[in-house]
Design a protein around this ligand. Sequence first.
Ligand SMILES: [Zn+2]
Length: 464
Amino acid sequence: MKKCVAYLRMSTDKQEYSIDSQLRLIKAFSERNGYWLMDTYIDEGISGRQAEKRPAFMQMIDDSSKGIFEYVLIYDSSRFARNLEQSIVYKSLLKRNGVSLISITEPIVDEDTSLITDALLGAMNEMYSRKLSKVVKRGMEQKALGNEYFSCAPYGYKKPHKKPLEIIEKEAQVIKIVYQKFMENISPFKIAQELNSLNIKTKRGKCIDKRWVQKVLTNPTYKGYMLWKIEDRVYYKKANHTAIIDENMFDKVQKKYKENKKRIKHKGKPLEYHKHWLTGILRCPVCDTVYVYAKGYMNKSDRFRCGGYVSGRCNVSKSFRVTDLEALIINELYSIIKSEKKYYNLKFTKITTTENTELIIREINQLKKTLSRAKTAYLSEIDTLEEYKENKERIQKQITELENKLAERNQMPTHKELAKNIGNVLEIIESKKNMIIKIKAIKSIIDKITLNGTTGKMLIYFYA
Ligand SMILES: [Zn+2]
């Protein structure tokens, strides 16, 4: 796997993708292309022009020298720097550290450093490095002053300012249940399901999943230790907060956990995950998780099922035969090509106004009819020329206004354009081309397809 981190920035421009959707797209990209996403650096609401004030960005540049990751993924190059000078300097700093920058929406261009001579580049690098080291040093001093590693207390605890962790009794009970159940041979998946049925949520208010349970089972904070990382080394020592799980029990659980893991590894994954052109695109709208591909055993067919269900945080258990879903979606795409009416009801990911395109078009057509009626009235000498002129001008003005409105919201493709794109994509999907090409093709026009396992309702979200 290629080790990578993501850098995300949300500018004050509200038109663009939120941090969440940028992150979702980056995650999908890294899954598709075999990257291992190790960390994310996020600057929110900061203008790209003042890169030196972007603390997460600076941390990312600084961390790039530690040899932890090889790639930085960004949504587009405007996230990285807004002027050429900064872009060149930071790219070359990354390059020097053996890290490549990858924009998930644009072809890779890191050759603009060749625009500039080595001597000049060296001088610029030095200046920026000095600025950088100041910012980073300040950050490290702050870390040394406070006990920053516990700034965010794990489930079961709270962190009073400048004091050791304190137990939250109600949450501590949940932690104890997790450990007990595990020792009773109940799997993390089942434990997650049970906690969800009791409506217990994580600190961030999310549903419990298998991974959360696994983290709880292996976090030494619960036996009264503290664990922290500096660069890529892990440190571990007895802390001065109260344990929730006694040391003996904790160590037993670790042993059992490791044994289970070995056994599962030996047996191989219970479900085999495959790449399919629908993976990463097909989502469960109930829990907003992608569907996963499960290979059918013996003569059972391959199926798609909500990934949230698989990890224990969603209760939509229905699975779909892969061949059925392929047919359903291909049919739907063909019907969009054929029917203009269908197009007006489509979902676009980046819709700027809420007004319905179909309504505007209907209104325009209505006005055009009125216009031709006015003309008939004039020709059959019902209206005078003056009256007709006046009517014509008024109606024409209304039509122009509506057409402008339509043009404004129509940054989206027209039906004709979309139909052509869908046609191209269908040709690839129905060909014998390899899966990566198919995935790339469908991702070029479709943001996501939601499929509600309970109601069967399907919605395709195209890129605008
Ligand atoms: Zn789900």
